[in-house]
Design a protein around this ligand. Structure first.
Ligand code: 2P0
Length: 434
C-alpha cells in the first residue's frame, strides 16, 4: 500500500482511426517517420475507445502497465520510447514556465492501466488508440493540466461529451495547445497513433526533415463536418495476424518496387484529392478513392517478397458484395477498406445503412447470434429486395461475418475530470472490476 497520496492521476479516452489513404512503410524506424502521408477517419468513442489511467507516486519503485486487466512487460522498446518521450515533453514544458512552483515529479515512476471498450479479440487495431491514450494520460501527468486549467480558466477548457452525470471532459488539443510535440510522442509508440490525437478527419503529413519535427498529424475537418457518414466494421476474424504491421512494412520497404512507386507517385495526388472529397462531402469520389487506396496497399503487400496476404476468402466476398451492391444502384453508395487483417471497414451514408446491412445479412447469415449480430448505432430493419438479392448473386456463407459494429465519425481524446473514472486506485493498482 502506498504511504503517500499519488502526486497525480489522470484518466483519458482515445479513439480508433481508420485510414482511407494508408500509411505503409517507414523512412526512419527509430523516429517512426513514414514514406508517405496518410489520411484517416476518427471513429466514435461510444462504440470504440481506449481508456487509460496514468498515476505517479514517489512510492512507486518501477514503471508498471496493465492492459485489459493483465500486467504486461513494460520493457517493450516502443513503450519505453513513448514513456521516455512523455517524460521529455513534461520536462520541456516545465522548463518553459519560468518560476512555476511545480513539484518535481518527473523522476517518479508511473503506473498505467488501459482498457478497450471493444473486444481485443475482434482483431481491430488497438495500438493507435492505445498509444494516443497513453500520450494523453501520460503527458497530462506532468502537472500541466491543473496549471493550464488555472491559467486558461475553465471557459477555455471546452466541455466535451458528458459520458455520465458529473463527468466533465476536456478536449486534448485545447488543454495542451502545442500539437507537433504530441504527434511526435504518439508516433514513437505507433505511427498511426498520431492520427488518433484528433477527432473528425485527420492527415498525418509525412514531413521532410530528418529529425521528424514536421511529421505531424493535423485535423482536416471536425467530426461535425459530415454527419451523414456512417462506418460499419464487419468482423471476419478475431485471430492474431500472421505478419505484424511493423515487420510487414519493413519487408515491403525492402522488397516492393510498387510501394516506392506508390509513395512517390501516387499518394501525393491522392492526399489532395481525398481532402477535396471530404471538404465537399463528395461521397462517390471519397468511396472510390478509399477502395482504390485499400486495394493498392494490399497490392504492395502482395508485391513484397516473400508476399504478405492480409485478406482472406471472406474479405474477398465482401469486396464482391460491395461492388455488386454499387453496380445494382448504378452509383457508388458503399466503400470498403481493409487494414493489416481480414476485417472490413465499410463507409456509407445513413440512408444506405439498412439496405447494406440486409445485403450483408443475406450474404453472411448469422448463426445463433442473430440478436447480437448488430452492435453500436441502431439500424432500422429493411427487407432485401428480390432485385438486389439477384444482383448480389451470392451463395450465402453462414457465419462468415461474425458481427457488425455500426458507428460514425467521432471526437478526439478526452480527459475525464472525475476521480471515479480512474482505473487505478490510490495504491496505484488496478481497481477490482465492478
Ligand atoms: C494505416 N496501418 O494507415 C495502416 C494501414 C495498417 C494498414 O498504420 O509500425 O501499427 O507501429 O508504426 O501504426 C498499422 O501500422 O505501425 C497501420 P507502426 P502501425 O492505418
Amino acid at each position: 500500500m502506498a504511504s503517500e497520496k499519488p502526486l497525480a492521476a489522470v484518466t483519458c479516452t482515445a479513439p480508433v482511426n481508420i485510414a482511407v489513404i494508408k500509411y505503409w512503410g517507414k523512412r526512419d524506424e527509430e523516429l517512426v517517420l513514414p514514406i508517405n502521408s496518410s489520411l484517416s477517419v476518427t471513429l466514435h468513442q461510444d462504440q470504440l475507445k481506449t481508456t487509460t489511467t496514468a498515476v505517479i507516486s514517489k512510492d512507486f519503485t518501477e514503471d508498471r502497465i496493465w492492459l485489459n486487466g493483465r500486467e504486461e512487460d513494460v520493457g517493450q522498446p516502443r513503450l519505453q520510447a513513448c514513456l521516455r518521450e512523455i517524460r521529455c515533453l513534461a520536462r520541456k514544458r516545465r522548463n518553459s514556465r519560468d518560476g512555476d512552483p511545480l513539484p518535481s515529479s518527473l523522476s517518479c515512476k508511473v503506473h498505467v492501466a488501459s482498457v478497450n471498450n471493444f473486444p481485443t479479440a475482434a482483431g481491430l487495431a488497438s495500438s493507435a488508440a492505445g498509444y494516443a491514450c497513453l500520450v494523453a494520460a501520460g503527458v497530462g501527468l506532468s502537472p500541466v493540466i491543473p496549471v493550464l486549467k488555472r491559467l486558461m480558466g475553465e471557459k477555455h477548457c471546452r466541455p466535451g461529451v458528458q459520458d455520465q452525470p458529473g463527468q466533465h471532459t476536456y478536449t486534448l488539443a485545447r488543454v495542451y495547445g502545442v500539437e507537433s510535440d504530441l504527434s511526435e510522442v504518439a508516433r514513437r509508440g505507433s505511427g498511426s497513433a498520431c492520427r488518433s490525437l484528433y477527432g473528425g478527419f485527420v492527415e498525418w503529413q509525412m514531413g521532410e526533415q530528418a529529425d521528424g519535427k514536421d511529421s505531424i498529424a493535423r485535423q482536416v475537418a471536425p467530426e461535425s463536418h459530415w454527419p451523414e457518414l456512417r462506418v460499419l466494421i464487419l468482423v471476419v476474424s478475431a485471430e492474431k495476424k500472421l505478419t505484424g504491421s511493423t515487420v510487414g512494412m519493413r519487408a515491403s520497404v525492402e522488397t516492393s518496387p510498387l510501394l516506392r512507386f506508390r509513395a512517390e507517385s501516387v499518394v501525393p495526388a491522392r492526399m489532395a484529392e481525398m481532402a477535396r472529397c471530404i471538404r465537399e462531402r463528395d461521397f462517390p469520389s471519397f468511396a472510390q478513392l478509399t477502395m482504390k487506396d485499400s486495394n493498392q496497399f494490399h497490392a504492395t503487400c502482395l508485391d513484397t517478397f516473400p508476399p504478405i496476404s492480409y485478406l482472406n476468402a471472406i474479405s474477398w466476398r465482401i469486396i464482391h458484395l460491395v461492388h455488386r451492391f454499387n453496380a445494382h444502384h448504378g452509383d457508388t453508395k458503399v466503400a470498403y477498406t481493409f487494414d493489416a487483417g481480414p476485417n472490413a471497414v465499410i463507409f456509407t451514408l445513413d440512408d444506405t445503412v439498412a439496405e447494406f446491412v440486409a445485403a450483408v445479412w443475406h450474404g453472411f447469415p448469422p448463426g445463433s447470434n442473430g440478436d447480437t449480430f448488430l452492435k453500436g448505432l441502431q439500424v432500422r430493419p429493411a427487407p432485401l429486395s428480390a432485385e438486389l438479392q439477384a444482383a448480389l448473386a451470392m451463395e450465402p456463407t453462414p457465419g462468415g461475418v461474425k458481427y457488425i459494429i455500426v458507428t460514425q465519425v467521432g471526437p478526439g481524446p478526452q480527459i475525464l475530470d472525475d476521480p471515479c473514472a480512474h482505473l487505478l486506485g490510490p495504491d496505484g493498482l488496478p481497481k477490482p472490476a465492478a
